[in-house]
Design a protein around this ligand. Structure first.
Ligand SMILES: [Zn+2]
Ligand SMILES: [Zn+2]
Length: 745
């Protein structure tokens, strides 16, 4: 009996199968988050990334959510309580620009996008608890940002400063350091320049050393993958070295850092960052102050990041050399920041190529000719030198001159100055009818919003018309899904005290793209701040994520997918041609999460062929159970059945381990291999006695049922239909994850 005899009646109709399963999930609320009152069951909050709400689901989302969903389904199948839900990151520039392009209000645009993206994700069959999803631009949600802003402000962790900020002329907005890529705007890729402007800052630096310390504990825990750890180290930017006090010609002192303890005597100058906290003290001579001002307000073209064109200002100060040789000139240079943060460092041209360029330009320094076997000359370490660490991670501004963002809960009163809006008056609502045009800040031009009264004296006051960057929203975006929807309207103080919220934290696993390093870093900082303030005091180490997996992106022909290159793969088209199960499985099968997935149609056709063949084979074997003529005596093939059972036992062991490690590609391969084994068993039986006996058929069907249970996290629709058919029972819950092979009677 061959497969083809049963076509087309038993053809693999993905569309019909997926529709049936999705309707059943909906009717049974299969993925509703379990009640946390039920003690004793392991609980796992699995956190997918919060998508920007400005268009469509793309292949990167498909990959990311296929990994997270497979893990969530696996955990449920093992009897664990799972929270798997996300919120839309719906404020911010991308959404605002999308609204401008569509000529609609941003609120309308993001609502439309979220609806469309939700439908796409539902068609893919991801097991999110949609009742818990939310949009960060809804007033009940963005009050979280306002509450957090005020809470951190009270503790000095948000502060107002006048500072040098990166400014994009095209976008007419300030940018966070992380939004500047090689001197250009992350969004429009135009050059960025430094300007001076009053800003609200997040005092990230207060918790940077602890984030560093905890990172080592996370590395030891083993559930943070190497990609995720590397991203945290990168954002941290730790540099180990030494620091020393250098006396200046006017008797002042400056603490100077260097990573080169063995080359202190080779220092030729000292460079200080224009963002150094004491920079004003060193910029009083001659025209230095003016030149610094010039550098801040546009003289510094950030596009010119190559050392050749880096601006350098000579302060006129000389610092005593630590080795007693010639005094060292003090130079202001933004070249310090990118290497060591806003500090002061020894310039050692022999050790550092940037320092070499500066020394060549300013003093005609020349690299000494290479001496063949020059012994390193041991240098004596000057007195007062002590071990020190610098971090590139630093405070950043969180205010933006944009209208599609959380209003900052601050008013400016002529009498009282800067006055925070009291907590009980939150949220400060964003006017929704506003239509941004792409320039300036329409919120500042809207008198009904800007004119207000002072909460303190009642007199006339003006609202803060900057909004919070959506990066600020991201600081809390991981928390609200832990709140039952019925409790959402409560005050934030009440919400943080909820047993439910505490039961789900810390999050067991983050599954996100490798570009999420900054978000995760800052979320780890804020969790520690809220721990110390008291709201998250139950989290001793202040680590919100026990485990973390960062996967690489989906590319095509070795390049990033982009409309411009015309190499974009549309998930909707793939799903309508092959079905959701095939697309999901292909995105897992094609590559390890830690590697870029170079998309090709061969993975899709391969997985589609596998699922189709599994379907037809299973249907044909199920039909054989009605065959009365099957032989009863199975003794001669007993050893083959025993071997099949052994293969099944090995498959359980391997696939369980794969999924525990989130090595989904390996699990997919092992599933395909198991199917080959099942078919191989049948061929051997046929070779031996020409037909399956009843026991042989039973063994095949048991193996297929086992396979269906293990396929369920990856291709859930087809797997569940197969399992139902093989087991002969309806499915009202999750298929239990197999731990042992059913022993044939
Ligand atoms: Zn820009
Ligand atoms: Zn007042």
């Amino acid at each position: 009996m061959s497969d083809s005899q049963h076509e087309p009646t038993r053809a693999y109709d993905a569309l019909a199968i997926e529709g049936r399963r999705q309707r059943a999930w909906g009717a049974q609320s299969t993925f509703r988050t379990p009640d946390t009152a039920d003690e004793g069951r392991p609980r796992k909050y699995i956190k997918p990334s919060a998508p920007f709400t400005s268009g469509n689901i793309h292949m990167g989302h498909v990959r990311s959510y296929s990994i997270g969903d497979a893990y969530a389904r696996f955990c449920r199948a093992r009897g664990e309580d799972v929270l798997f839900a996300f919120g839309f990151d719906s404020f911010g520039l991308p959404a605002e620009l999308g609204a401008i392009a569509q000529n609609v209000a941003p609120s309308e645009w993001v609502a439309r996008c979220a609806e469309h993206m939700t439908a796409q994700l539902q068609r893919l069959g991801f097991s999110f608890d949609w009742e818990r999803s939310f949009m960060s631009s809804d007033a009940v949600m963005y009050r979280w940002s306002q509450w957090l802003f005020l809470t951190l402000l009270e503790k000095g962790l948000v502060y107002r400063g006048t500072g040098n900020v990166d400014w994009c002329d095209t976008c007419q907005t300030t940018l966070a350091t992380i939004q500047v890529e090689n001197g250009t705007c992350w969004r429009c890729h135009n050059p960025v320049r430094l300007i001076e402007r009053p800003q609200w800052y997040l005092r990230l630096s207060a918790y940077v050393p602890e984030n560093d310390e905890r990172l080592r504990e996370l590395a030891d825990s083993g559930i943070w993958d190497e990609n995720a750890l590397a991203s945290q180290r990168f954002v941290l930017g730790r540099v180990d070295g030494v620091e020393l006090d250098l006396r200046a010609d006017d008797d002042g002192e400056l603490i100077v850092f260097t990573p080169h303890i063995d080359a202190i005597a080779d220092a030729r100058f000292v460079a200080i960052s224009p963002k150094h906290p004491d920079i004003e003290r060193w910029s009083t001579r001659g025209s230095v102050g003016e030149r610094l001002e010039e550098l801040r307000s546009g003289g510094l073209e950030r596009a010119a990041r190559d050392a050749e064109s880096l601006p350098v200002i000579e302060t006129g100060h000389m610092l005593r050399s630590p080795s007693g040789s010639e005094p060292l000139p003090l130079l202001i240079s933004p070249a310090v920041d990118g290497r060591f943060g806003p500090t002061a460092v020894l310039g050692i041209p022999e050790r550092d190529s940037t320092d070499a360029v500066i020394a060549q330009r300013l003093f005609g320094w020349e690299r000494p000719a290479q001496v063949a076997s020059r012994e390193p000359v041991p240098q004596s370490v000057p007195a007062g030198v002590r071990g020190a660490v610098r971090y590139k991670a630093n405070d950043f501004s969180v205010s933006r001159q944009r209208s599609w963002g959380t209003p900052i809960p601050i008013v400016y009163c002529e009498q009282c100055g800067i006055v925070p809006v009291p907590h009980e008056q939150l949220p400060v609502e964003l006017p929704l009818h506003m239509r941004p045009t792409g320039t300036g800040n329409p919120l500042a031009e809207l008198e009904e919003f800007a004119n207000s009264s002072c909460p303190s004296c009642g007199g006339p006051a003006r609202r803060e018309t900057d909004t919070l960057d959506c990066h600020f929203d991201a600081l809390w975006l991981w928390v609200p899904v832990c709140v039952p929807p019925s409790e959402r309207e409560r005050t934030l103080d009440e919400i943080f005290a909820l047993d439910d919220l505490r039961a789900w934290l810390p999050c067991e696993r983050v599954v996100a793209g490798s570009d999420s390093g900054n978000f995760v870093f800052d979320q780890r900082i804020i969790a520690k701040a809220l721990r110390d303030i008291g709201h998250l005091s139950f989290m001793d180490d202040g680590e919100p994520f026990a485990g973390c997996l960062f996967h690489e992106m989906v590319i095509r022909d070795g390049r990033k997918m982009s409309k411009h290159l015309g190499n974009v793969v549309d998930p909707d088209e793939l799903v309508s041609s092959y079905g959701a199960d095939t697309v999901r499985m292909a995105s897992l099968y094609a590559a390890r999460p830690q590697k870029s997935l170079n998309w090709s149609d061969s993975a899709v056709t391969h997985c589609h062929r596998f699922l189709g063949s599994l379907w037809r084979y299973s249907q044909a074997r199920l039909a054989m159970t009605a065959d009365e003529s099957l032989d009863d005596d199975g003794a001669s093939t007993e050893f083959l059945r025993a071997r099949l059972q052994k293969w099944c036992a090995t498959a359980i062991e391997k696939i369980t381990e794969d999924v525990e490690q989130l090595e989904m590609h390996s699990a997919a391969r092992n599933l395909i291999r198991l199917f080959e084994r099942i078919k191989g068993f049948e061929s051997r039986v046929l070779a031996k006695r020409g037909a399956l006996c009843k026991e042989d058929l039973g063994a095949v069907l048991d193996a297929l049922q086992l396979m269906a249970a293990m396929l369920a996290p990856f291709a859930p629709h087809i797997a569940e239909e197969l399992w139902i058919a093989c087991s002969g029972t309806e499915l009202t819950d999750h298929i239990p994850w197999p731990t042992t092979v059913k022993v044939a009677a």
